[in-house]
Design a protein around this ligand. Sequence first.
Ligand code: DON
Length: 318
Amino acid sequence: VSAGAVSVRQSAEQLRILSVLNDLHLKYKPLTDGKVADYIPQLAKVSPDLFGICIATADGQVFEVGDYDYLFTIQSISKPFVYGLALEDHGREYVRTRVGVEPTGDAFNSIIKLDERSKRPHNPLVNAGAIAMTSIIKGTDPTDKLNRILDLFQRYTGHGILADMSVFMSERTTGHRNRAIAHLMLNFGMIDGNVDEALDLYFQQCSLMVSCRDLAVMGATLANHGVNPLTGKRAIPAEYVRDILSVMFTCGLYDYAGEWAYRIGLPAKSGVGGGMLAVVPGRFGIGVFSPPLDERGNSVRAIKVCEGITEAFGAHIF
Ligand code: DON
């Protein structure tokens, strides 16, 4: 009898999660605000109507609605995870000599701000810091480094990951600003090894294809202290999960980070492919996909959805 009672209670909770996701999808589907990113020519081709939402819980349940399995490029959402790999490769002390943890209040591709004294980029989520982190990933050659990054995302998502070659080439040939940022850092000794190889690896990590379901599972892995709840396998040492979540909380949405922390109150990361990943520590991961972006480069529908989820589940960490 008691087992039956438990399962009835569980399914009521499952139904509630699904109905919250369905309501949010219905409510924000008609929204026409925002504009699909076009500074990488290949990104401009995506349909603005695509819209998926997924929640994956720290105990491995997955709830999804809309275009939850549509594949898009991960873009900046790769940054906190590669930061985690850099921490795993080198430890906290060394990594802190290469990147800070201060929010900039600037746009993601801000070119000018390196810390006056240390010459470090301010944090690992602005492009400067992300490229610096990618440049220190261990590996015998570029292929080995790429494979280590692919393995990383395989651990977080639970399956093999591919890159979108046309997005990669499109960014590689047009990413002059990122080239300038990387060369500026090379000048200050913040890039290890070959600068073009570091940029290629950065463009490759940005062009990895994920679904919003994958983002939710990656979030659930962080919510679950670094163990993927679907596979039971560890994706990152538990001690570095807090490093990742702290910078996501303070720097994940660039010049919207303060407003986001205040209103939604969750560590999160946006990408110009239209993805958003948020984490409710100990409870669940959220993945949203909707390509139209606001003027700061964050998905318009994804912000609304995360706000709705935070309210519905009392998820704001304060
Ligand atoms: O560095 C770039 O321009 C892109 N590949 C990634 C940027 C991104 O996703 C910024 N996020 N909101």
